[in-house]
Design a protein around this ligand. Structure first.
Ligand SMILES: NC(=O)c1ccc[n+]([C@@H]2O[C@H](COP(=O)([O-])OP(=O)(O)OC[C@H]3O[C@@H](n4cnc5c(N)ncnc54)[C@H](O)[C@@H]3O)[C@@H](O)[C@H]2O)c1
Length: 362
């Protein structure tokens, strides 16, 4: 049985050590209350390199080998999106706590099944919404609570790349990824909006998605020529634009793109408009300074205030720290993946609206 809050170090296995899984492995290895006991990846060179660097004793191939192994209390899943649901459900059924990368799942049905599995097993299911752990986001949380910006009525939220289609091929396959730019970058942007607004329900979505640049071979690289060989799968969207109506009348203009012949605004941009003021979060190219602006009238004239806040802290060390703390707290029912399920439901509504060409209800 998995350890409870009173026993020795938490024994963790990381499943998938590609781009972000390697970061998970490093963060778990650095945590004082964790023993990184195993890691698994389908690519031998990849798993061996991370294991050697971190001194991990057990190196496995397929994810099923991890679930069959003894002495594991929790797993961290950083696999292609379509594997999130089956691996998470199997891990929970094996009595393990789960940290599963975003998006929680590629369908709402799968996401619900994952939350149900967490509740039935009585184990933690968390998703790394790492951006909300940034210092500048924490500042905005405090500022919106006090002094606030008056009644909030509209939000502009985006993550727009000029040529940033994800490198690994599975990201461009609907079957393996469940979607494109929206399901990849959208969870983070949506999480910040809903988190900073106090988790209002989303009522409707009206959206369009396009995959024109990806299919034309554009958008793969910021420095190289378009890829036009036509052999690679690209059956997902590279741009999604949505209009959301939230409970209480707040509207959200939401745009996500991997590619576009436009300014390269890499990273999240958020503008929250209130009756008495506005705030903007914009960390262009992952900048960690100068990311927040506050707009309000000072002495009767419009002013822009640039608070000296630190935008760092949105890495996987914060995610791992909070995941371990959730397990140690014993309050596992509060960490059942339902927050991530709500994001999945909104993204699904955006896709549904784009498919039918009309506003849909959630
Ligand atoms: N939170 C974040 O900021 C963040 C950042 C990047 C990626 N992600 C998410 O993390 C996940 C992984 O993304 P990535 O960029 O690391 O992808 P990646 O392709 O670099 O890594 C995925 C790894 O899974 C391995 N794998 C595939 N099938 C396997 C199997 N059956 N058993 C064992 N290993 C298997 C692959 O060999 C690969 O190394 C995705 O869901 C992505 O959305 C999150």
């Amino acid at each position: 049985m998995p350890l409870t809050s009173s026993s020795g170090p938490l024994r963790v296995a990381v499943i998938g050590v590609g781009g972000v899984g390697a970061a998970h492995a490093h963060a778990f290895a650095a945590h004082p209350d964790v023993e990184l006991v195993a890691l698994a990846d389908a690519v031998p060179g990849r798993r061996d390199a991370v294991a050697a660097e971190l001194g991990v004793p057990r190196v496995l191939g397929d994810w099923r080998e991890v679930l069959a192994a003894d002495g594991v209390d929790a797993v961290s899943i950083a696999l292609p999106n379509a594997l999130h649901a089956p691996v998470t459900i199997a891990a929970l059924e094996a009595g393990l706590h789960v940290l599963c990368e975003k998006p929680l799942a590629t369908t709402v049905a799968d996401a619900r099944a994952m939350v149900d599995a967490a509740r039935t097993a009585g184990r933690v299911l968390e998703v790394p919404f790492n951006h909300r752990k940034r210092g500048d986001v924490a500042f905005l949380e405090r500022y919106l609570a006090d002094p606030g910006i008056g009644e909030i009525y509209h939000v502009r939220a985006s993550w727009r790349r000029r040529a940033g289609i994800a490198a690994a091929g599975w990201f461009r396959s609907r079957e393996l990824a469940g979607g494109g730019a929206l399901i990849d970058l959208g969870p983070h942007v949506l999480d910040l909006v809903l988190h900073l607004l106090g988790e209002p329900a989303v009522r409707t979505a009206s959206a369009a998605v396009h995959g024109r640049l990806g299919t034309a071979g554009y958008g793969r690289s910021r420095s190289a020529a378009p890829v036009r060989d036509g052999h690679d799968v690209f059956d997902v969207e590279d741009l999604a634009s949505a209009f959301l109506r939230l409970d209480g009348g707040v509207s959200v203009q939401f745009e996500i793109s991997w590619a576009g012949h436009a300014a390269d605004d890499e990273d999240i941009s958020l503008e929250i408009l209130g009756v008495d003021g506005g705030v903007r979060l914009f960390s262009r190219w992952y900048a960690t300074e100068g990311t927040v602006e506050v707009f309000r009238d000072v002495g009767g004239v419009p002013a822009v205030i640039r608070p000296a806040v630190d935008g760092r802290g949105g890495d996987h060390h914060s995610v791992v720290r909070d995941f371990v703390a959730a397990i140690r707290s014993g309050a596992w029912a509060e960490h059942d993946g339902s927050l991530a399920l709500r994001r999945t439901e909104v993204l699904d509504a955006v896709y549904r609206s784009a498919t039918v060409g009309a506003e849909v209800e959630l």
